[in-house]
Design a protein around this ligand. Structure first.
Ligand code: GLA
Length: 717
């Protein structure tokens, strides 16, 4: 049993991890332990320890005649406003009488095999390999129930948490904050990792020391955003890539989120994560329910790499779904960086033919094909521009098919241009506040997906587009964030509306590969990955800057989910092009493709470009479905290395981002190999043990930038 209950103690047991908490004095769910797996079933009921001393301004919890606790010393799993816990609450609501104080008491628990679906929300799913614990609390005065859901994926060493609120009373409550998780850690000897950024520099790794008071990362843009990812990790101060305790929190949600680490004066650290309480107020009438999104929680005692390995596995196998979950993803050529919206039918055909000559498998037509997009904004008018494509999408799809390639298309369904016919017909269909300006961004507005008729229109028109030609792939873009929300609940309802249309559209076309995009990687989050198993990582395809973007993204997201293309390159060099090589080696460490006007490449460069396609075809299963290790970091120096490994081989990418004169050669120690097996690499045989303990020698190069790929094939016997 992955979930064990001993008296008032609950134990979630994974293959290598234990998560233990208990019910204390029938009122408090107290956190006891999260870390390496307990082998014995020991009784930890002496936690929390009761002691007597005084704390100023702290609220006592009287236990009996002589003993008491202070609220500030209790490590809680669920906390409400009122009653003396001054830390950030899990739940905060305003009741009909205007009061915002709650008082929840324990009602009971139940254990279920499997994992229930969260209504209307994306989440990890089980395949008979998870168990769920439900713990119910009830607010004595209003009758509101809080149902805490804990799921353990035993094989994956992953715990998910969320909370469902049910109004079983007779009066309305307005939820002011409904967090998905609260975990109170002992001590403050932690640093916090976040993934910060902007357009063209998404997901930079940023560390801060946990101290007193609250550090919060958040989005207030209505979407998860380029600026901050819905993820934090708390790591022991001395944890590294390969050692030390690390605790990851990743929210399966694509809207406004907040994650906080709060050091309190009594020496503990509280982590809270969920929907951002900023501008959030959600009415819950009698009979209604509110489900929070889920947090996926991962513990690793082998540093950050150990945490990332666990996220990669669960997200690849129990978040992404559909036929492409386990299928190799096609190598594509996209016209965007080559032509922008200024293309002709002939140019597109030329790019597709060029891609075919390289060995690519899918041609993607990006923005500019619909309405009057190449003249004025037409977002919302999803019919083909016949001036540009007289034979419609069908014509270009058929030409692509004739090359024995698949055809893919770009769309941006959540948007509306003020210049569009749709806007003229429905000026009230965009998100706006009456009597206020409608702020434009990229000359466009956001459709109000909280309205059923708008959602129905989007589903209908997009399904028609997809059915109009033989389409195998869709790139779903979203190029602005939300500004004027008219009501407090609107941003959350927008996200729920988006999930509804994604569910309906992706559900109608299970054979199509969907890719998320948002001005590059502005919505690279687990919520989107549930519907679309890959995301455009960034609009920046410069390989040196991409190293940081892909390195940071890999902290949570598996490389197969990160699309990475060779984009604009320095062309026209004689002979071997090192810039092209670096671009390709960086892109090959993800979900690989090209995005350029191939006619700008010389014959030599085209030959070089073709070799990368061949090489990626060979290593694709390992890169897309193997384990991934970060070895050297672009955030720390001029050398970067990444390893992919499965049962058949290891693939090591090495990069040098600056020239170094007279430096030392590198010895790169690999991970995850079979110590008893031999590996062949470039006509030499190495033992797995030696590659892990001594390392592979990588010579320094005299080039300004340089990249190489070492493939180590595992030998039989
Ligand atoms: C966004 C995407 C690009 C491209 C353009 C088209 O910026 O990230 O890849 O599709 O939109 O307008």
């Amino acid at each position: 049993m992955a979930i064990q209950v001993q008296g008032t103690q609950f134990h979630l047991k994974g293959k290598h991890v234990s998560y233990i908490f208990s019910l204390y004095k029938e009122r408090f769910l107290t956190h006891i332990y999260w870390g390496k797996r307990f082998e014995s079933d020991c009784d930890l009921s002496y936690f929390p320890d009761e002691f007597i001393y005084s704390r100023a301004n702290a609220v006592h919890v009287r236990l009996d005649e002589t003993n008491h606790m202070f609220m500030s010393d209790l490590q809680l799993e669920f906390s409400v406003f009122g009653g003396g816990d001054y830390r950030l609450p899990t739940f905060h609501a305003r009741y009909a009488d205007g009061s915002t104080v709650s008082e929840f008491t324990y009602e009971g628990y139940r254990i279920m095999d499997g994992k229930p679906q969260l209504k209307g929300l994306p989440s990890t799913y089980d395949e008979g390999d998870a168990q769920t614990l439900e713990i119910t609390f009830r607010d004595s005065r209003t009758g509101i129930r809080a149902v805490l859901l804990y799921t353990i994926f035993e094989e994956y060493d992953v715990i998910t948490r969320s909370i469902r609120y049910e109004n079983c009373g007779t009066e309305r409550a307005d939820i002011l904050s409904a967090q998905s998780t609260t975990v109170d850690f002992y001590g403050q000897d932690y640093k916090m990792l976040t993934l910060e950024g902007d357009w063209l520099r998404e997901r930079s790794m940023e560390w801060r020391k946990v101290g007193h008071n609250t550090m919060t990362v958040e989005s207030r843009r209505g979407m998860s955003s380029h600026m901050c990812n819905p993820f934090i990790a708390l790591a022991e101060t001395n944890a590294t890539e390969n050692g030390g305790d690390v605790y990851g929190f990743s929210l399966v949600y694509s809207g406004n989120f907040a994650a906080s680490a709060e050091g309190n004066s009594c020496g503990g650290t509280r982590v809270t994560m969920g929907i951002n309480p900023f501008n959030f107020e959600y009415p819950l009438s009698p009979g209604e329910q509110f489900q929070t999104p889920e947090v996926v929680m991962v513990y690793s005692d082998t540093g950050l790499n150990g945490m990332s390995n666990r996220y990669h596995r669960i997200y690849r196998e129990r978040l992404c779904k559909g036929i492409y979950r386990d299928a190799e993803r096609p190598m594509l050529i996209n016209n965007w960086e080559g032509t922008g919206t200024h293309f002709t039918k002939e140019k597109l055909a030329e790019i597709a033919r060029g891609g075919k000559a390289l060995g690519l498998e899918l041609f993607v037509l990006d923005d500019g094909w619909f309405g009057k997009r190449n003249i004025a904004g037409s977002l919302g008018d999803w019919y083909v521009n016949r001036d540009l494509l007289p034979d419609g999408l069908e014509g270009i799809a058929n030409e692509t098919k004739a090359l024995d390639m698949k055809f893919g298309l770009w769309i941006e369904p959540e948007m509306i241009s003020p210049e569009s016919e749709l806007y003229r017909a429905h000026p009230d269909w965009c998100i706006h506040a009456e009597g206020r300006n409608r702020t434009l961004c990229r000359d466009q507005l956001v459709l109000d997906l909280t309205r059923a008729e708008v959602r129905d229109y989007v589903v209908d028109v997009i399904c028609k587009v997809i059915r109009s030609a033989d389409i195998s792939y869709i790139k779903w873009d979203c190029n602005r964030n939300i500004t004027e929300t008219a009501s407090m609940r609107q941003t959350h309802d927008f996200v729920m509306g988006l999930y509804d249309i994604l569910d309906r559209i992706t559900g109608a076309f299970p054979e199509i590969l969907f890719e998320g995009c948002s001005g590059g990687g502005g919505r690279f989050d687990p919520g989107m990955l549930y519907y679309m198993p890959q995301t455009w990582t960034s609009d920046d395809t410069n390989p040196i800057r991409r190293l940081k973007i892909q390195h940071g993204t890999s902290v949570v997201y598996p490389p197969v989910t990160m699309t990475a293309h060779v984009g604009k390159i320095d062309v026209g060099k004689e002979g071997y092009n090192h810039f092209l090589n670096t671009c390709a080696m960086v892109a090959m460490a993800g979900n690989f493709g090209y995005e350029m006007d191939l006619s700008l490449l010389s014959e030599d460069e085209l030959e070089q470009a073709r070799e990368y396609v061949e090489m990626y075809r060979e290593i694709r299963p390992t890169v897309q479905f193997g384990a991934f290790y970060r070895i050297e970091s672009p955030f720390e120096g001029r050398f970067v290395s990444w390893e992919f490994v499965d049962d058949t081989r290891a693939v090591l990418f090495v990069y040098q981002t600056e020239k170094e004169s007279n430096g030392a050669e590198r010895k790169i120690k690999l991970s995850g190999l079979d110590p008893n097996a031999n590996y062949r690499c470039r006509d030499r045989v190495y033992s797995g043990e030696a590659l892990m303990k001594v390392g592979l020698r990588v010579p320094l190069q005299r080039y300004e930038y340089f990249a190489d790929c070492y493939v180590m094939e595992k030998l039989e016997g």
